[in-house]
Structure formats: structure tokens, C-alpha cells
Design a protein around this ligand. Sequence first.
Ligand SMILES: CCC[C@H]1O[C@@H](n2cnc3c(N)ncnc32)[C@H](O)[C@@H]1O
Length: 483
Amino acid sequence: MELKNKKLEDELFNSIRQDVLLQWSTGNDVDFDEAVAYHKEIPKHKVFSDKLIEAKEQGNTLIQPRAGVALVDKHIELLNYLVNEGEADLLPTTIDSYTRHNRYHEAEEGINESRKAGRSLLNGFPAVNHGISLCRKVNESVNVPVQVRHGTPDARLLTEVTIAGGFTSYEGGGISYNIPYSKNIPLDKTIYDWQYVDRLIGKYEEAGITINREPFGPLTGTLVPPCISHSVAIIESLLAAEQGVKNITVGYGQCGNLIQDIAAIRTLESLTEEYLHKFGYEDVVVTTVLHQWMGGFPQDESKAFGVISWGAATAALAGATKVIVKTPHEAMGVPTKEANASGIKATKQLVTMLRDQQMVSISDLKLEKDMIMAETRCIVDKTLELGDGDLAEGTIRAFQAGVIDIPFAPSRQNAGKVFPARDNTGAVRFLECAHLPFTQDIKSYHHDKMKERADYEKRDMSFQMVIDDIYAIGKGKLVGRPR
Ligand SMILES: CCC[C@H]1O[C@@H](n2cnc3c(N)ncnc32)[C@H](O)[C@@H]1O
């Protein structure tokens, strides 16, 4: 396997494809030309990229839950409930964990056991096992666009089956679905496999079918500083654009300080467009998604609604194109459809109430944006430098050197030497920058912010602050105060 950030040649793509389609029986049904013809018949209001472009033009924030259950008819019932009762603007199909690890035999057993039990015994929709025609039944049975959401390091067959199955958006990336999700899968393997995914999407694009791609923004979802998740989002966008992807939603996990989160969403869009244009990808449409708080949630459902509503308000004030909604069952597990719908409706109330309010640009906001842009450019530009002009090679070396270092990631590919913590206003700063390629000014900025908090709390800057902050929101706070 030679890893280069270059569009895959057809001969190589087709040879890989033969193996991919043999990984499970449903792969045999994939016929690219037939799938293109099928997509051409999908009405415009059910095409994910069209709805995102319309929302961006209108300055609207679309609302999307996560949802997935084992059996097709129950999944359809769930999705329609989330639209009709929950008022969701966009729908997901969250894929189960067996499928995410290519364990299709166990997914098959899960389907059979779920049928016997009369309820879902999988934590998502096993799309590969259901196959193309049942995926098409899902998409034909709902009246809004549907996106495949998952966490799959090797997602090649899942892409083939679900896109042929009529889904018009696909989440994930070779970094964002490896480092936060697995312990020891080589990064060059997942970047290579996701080049296949993006090349397939590029081939649909070249046939006139736009499939929206969404790198997984939040990463480990716990106190991830904006510059870290931005760097990964920009790199995955560049890798996807090289393979012919033309419609990308870049994402960010809400951290909790309003100014920082608004600055994060706005710089994410502008930096992604800046780097795409810098490398000649002029015709890629960029939209944004804010994920409501991805860290530990309060068990109390009323407090959970408070966290959900704060995420809704932040998305609306930031002008995110889309917001991914949490539910009051977050601390417990897979939500009931009622709980899922209630999170969407609470979000809809905030987004609608705030539609006519714009977050005025204040000096703090400008400073926060400037910091995020400077930090992100340090990381992305050093990554490019390490690759001697090849971004894919540079990314591998950046992780090896700790130039990209994702807090709390389980992967051995990740240095794990960077520690974030909140400053006295709850903004996420670096307690420890480790090998991040920051200027001294940037390092001093973060140190001073953490010192402010330490002085206020009358304690030393220490790892205890990190621990306190990880549990803070679950305990009803933002900053993990010592008492
Ligand atoms: C990275 C995504 C984590 C989030 O993804 C939610 N999630 C996972 N699987 C399902 C599902 N089958 N239905 C509804 N939400 C789901 C979790 O709760 C968590 O918030």
C-alpha cells in the first residue's frame, strides 16, 4: 500500500472494489450505473446537499438527531416519529457497533435475535446486512434527507451498500474514525481506506450525483480544543477534495463557552475554505455542524435539557448550518423515540427563538477567532511541511511527532501528551501543549488563561483541573471548581 494524497487511479480503485464487494453477500448487489440512475430519481427535497445549501443561503440552522435500530420497519417508524413528532429537519441512520467493525456475522445474529425479542438488540441499523433494497425502503419511506452516521475505520463496503441504497450523506474520515475509535489500527491504513470511500463519492459526483461528506468533528468529544478538531477537519476535507468530493460539512463539538464556540464555528468554515482554495479546490461547498456537548451528561433529565438547550442556542448564535441533537437519555444509553423527539423539539424551540438574533461581533469574539486561526494554521502548516508536500504522509508524521495530538484518544497512534482544561470563563485552553507546534505567544496566552483560573480558585494549575472539568457538566457546572 503506497499512501499518497493523490486521486486513486481507476485501475487501482476497481481492483480494490472487487475485494470490497466480496466482504459480505449484499455487496454482490452493488451496480454503480444502476445506483446512479436510482439517485437521479430522488426528489430534490430529499437530497442532503441541496437542503444544506438552501439552509446556508437562508442563514438557517437545521436540526438533526442520531438514531438507529436493528429492524427495518422499526427503524422507519422511528425516523418518521422523529420528523412528525420531533420536527427533525434532517435524519440519520446510526449504524450498529458490529457493522462498524466489519463483524457482519454478529450483526446477522443481532437481527435474528431482535426479531425473536421484538425489540432492537443492536445499538444501530446494520445497513450492510440489510442490503441495498432495504436501505432504499428506508429512504423511500421518509420525506427528508437521510445521512449515514457511524464510526467505522474500514467503511468501504458500508459506503458501497448505503450510497447505492439511496442515502445522500455520509459521515466519517480516515483520522476521525480511527484515532478516537480504535486502539491500534494503523493510521496509514484508515487514511488509505477512506481515500477509497471519498473516491467512490467522487465517482458519484462525476456522474452528476452529489453526496454530502461530513468528517467526524468532535473526535473524542471531551474538552477537545477547537484548533485540534479544526486541523483534523481541514485535513480530511483536503483529502476528500483530492478524491473528487464537492460537498463537505465540517464539524465541531460544543465546548460550552459561548464566545469560544461561536468563534470556533465561524473559523472552521473560513479556514476550511481557505485551505481548499489554497490547494486549488475552488468548487467545494462548505457547511458547518455543531454537535451539542459530547462529554459526560447529567443523569437528571431536566438538567440534560439545559445542556441540550445551551447547545441549541450556541448553534443558532454561531450560525451553524446544522446542529446534532442530544437527548435527555444521554447519560443512560440509546434513547427511546420519545426522549429523542423531545431533545429535537427543545432544540427547535431555541433555534427558532434565536433565528432573528445575530451574535454581534465583540472584541472578545475577534480575539478568540484570531487565536483559533493562528493555532490551527500552526498545526496544519507544520503537517504539510512534515509531508514534504504530501498531506497524507505529513499527517502520519504529524501524529508520530505529536504535532497533531487528540486529547483522551484511545489510539496508540496518538501521542496523548496534550492536556486541555477550562479557563476561568469555561473556555477550553491548553494546560499542557506538549509537542504542538505553537509560537511562544500562543503558549503564553494559554498559560496566562490557566493561571487566571488557578489564582481565582487559589490552587496550583494541575491535572486535577482536567479531571474536575471532565465531570463538571455531568455535575451541573461548566468549570470544574474545586468545591
Ligand atoms: C459519537 C456519537 C455518540 C452519540 O451517539 C449517540 N448514539 C449512538 N447510537 C445511537 C442510537 N442508535 N440512537 C440514538 N443515539 C445514538 C450516543 O447517545 C451519543 O450521544
